[in-house]
Write a protein that binds this ligand. Structure first.
Ligand code: MTE
Ligand code: MO
Length: 263
């Protein structure tokens, strides 16, 4: 319980700082955190009132996130977090326009995959206009195009009972003497198979640009922005993330944010 309270305080502090930056960046801040309808505030209040288990029980996890129309797109998607990875393997891909990129799918699957961008483009596609809510307190509406994660997982043949999808990213978000920490995320199978969960390669009608996660980034529309891993290098089907990083299932989760960031 103590940890949850500290986490929320820290989130509120970060949210305050985020509002200041967002107004300078010109990205539309939909409403303030003091607003009752604010999704970030709702997220924090839910964390306050409900245990994770209760939250899971009350939400309809298959329900669709709201979709918008083209006229609702009023600003570019604000690049946030890492926006220009300097990792050698990534720079190599940028220099060759991702021609040798392969999405590796491994772990608890019957048929491990190594998929080029052409392979991914040849698979069924989904396009959706959705709102991205960052825990810092800003939102952007954008159009996303990509292959449903469920299609990729079906092609790989996820083993029965497998629990989580881990997304390994190219970018080092924290540089330290020990060599830095690469961004990573995990989602469960319910979100992985959700109709709007896609591996996006297109944004607002163009190829996904580097600042927003080229060549491939996750959209998991029922959760906050930090769950939506950019610069995806590989997907691993796992049963347990307690031995990865600090054991809480993602880069930001390891630093205090909730694992299930439902909105
Ligand atoms: N690999 C990677 N993915 C990431 C991040 C990051 O720093 N590295 N930042 C996260 C956060 S906090 C947000 S709000 C979104 C930002 O996506 P955008 O740059 O397209 O707005 O990406 C998320 N995914
Ligand atoms: Mo974020």
């Amino acid at each position: 319980m103590t940890r949850k309270i500290l986490t929320r305080r820290r989130a509120l502090r970060l949210a305050g700082a985020g509002l200041a930056t967002a107004s300078m960046s010109g990205c539309k801040v939909l409403d303030s955190l003091s607003d009752l309808g604010n999704p970030v505030r709702q997220y924090m209040e839910r964390a306050n009132q409900l245990t994770f288990a209760a939250q899971r029980g009350l939400l309809d996890r298959d329900a669709l996130a709201r979709e918008f129309t083209a006229s609702d797109i009023r600003q570019p998607q604000r690049p946030n977090g890492v926006t220009n990875p300097q990792d050698a393997a990534y720079l190599e891909h940028v220099s060759t326009d991702f021609a040798n990129y392969r999405l590796v799918v491994s772990g608890r699957v019957a048929r491990p995959q190594s998929l080029s961008l052409a392979d991914l483009h040849a698979m069924p596609a989904r396009r959706q206009i959705t709102r991205h809510d960052c825990v810092e307190g800003w939102s952007c509406i954008a159009q996303w195009t990509g292959v449903p994660l469920s299609e990729v997982l079906t092609r790989a043949g996820v083993e029965a009972g497998a629990k989580y999808i881990m997304l390994h990213c190219f970018d080092t978000i924290e540089r330290s003497l020990s060599g830095g920490v690469k961004y990573y995320e995990t989602i469960d199978m319910v979100d992985a198979m959700h109709a709007q969960t896609i591996l996006a390669y297109g944004m607002n009608g163009a190829t996904l640009p580097v600042p927003n996660g080229a060549p491939l980034r996750l959209r998991v529309e029922r959760q906050l922005g930090y769950k939506m891993a950019k610069y995806i290098r590989a997907i691993e089907v796992i049963d347990d993330f307690s031995a990865i990083g600090r054991g809480r299932g993602g880069y930001w989760e390891d630093r205090g944010y909730e694992w299930y960031a439902g909105i």
